[in-house]
Design a binder for this molecule. Sequence first.
Ligand SMILES: [Zn+2]
Length: 268
Amino acid sequence: MNILFGVPLFYYRYNPQLLYKYIKYNEKSTEKKIRYFYGNIACACQGGRNVNFPINWKVIEKEIKDINDNGIGVYITMSKCVLTKEDILDENSNRMMSLINVDNGLNGFIVSNDELSKHMHEKYPFVKQKMSQIRVATENPTYRPIEYYKKLLESYEEVCVDTADVFNLDYIKQLDCSRLEVVCNHSCPPNCPFRPEHQNFIIEQQNKYLKNNIYKIEPFECFYKNRPKENMILTTKNYKDLLNIGFNKFKISGRHDPNVDKKIELIL
Ligand SMILES: [Zn+2]
């Protein structure tokens, strides 16, 4: 079974050439493969981490084509949890969504909001939908009953589970592991209780940018002061254990980081 990764280099303006370096990576690698590149423009439905790159539709279209032509997916982070009707109909968000609505079985939306998901199903039916880790972490930051995930799997093709949950194999194997994904280098400690506040901070910053075009965005860092010592970076043993139960989808976080290539290189 291949180990499949989601990698944050779609529309990564800190270093656009990195995308092409890693598109080539898939030709050589046999065990670890890139399943999709993810990212987004600054727009009303964007979530997770902040984006403050100016929009260039020509570059965006070219990147989508080049990624898909190499058999790799493009996943768009439309993962803001709280959205108004206006946000859902936002022009730039929808233009972005329509660009990956191609019948190739590769592309996906990373989504947190059920109303937006409904809109996507109606308008962009070729794109798979993955429940974002952001929603999981803000709804249930410290503990997630198994029924919670089962319910999400009824409505979403894939669910990104909380990183803390994959360390408990007996717990996670109660679910259909072929439809699960996990962030393999999470920046918060296990069950960080401040994740709803993190999300509010990020949304505030993104709104500031969208309203005033302030280019500088404060970088996000977990503000859990007395954080437990253990981290949430998966080890070789974790990957092995998860592959044994049919869990092979992972996501590398860090699209807000100008030096994300160091993280990617370490993991791939
Ligand atoms: Zn945190």
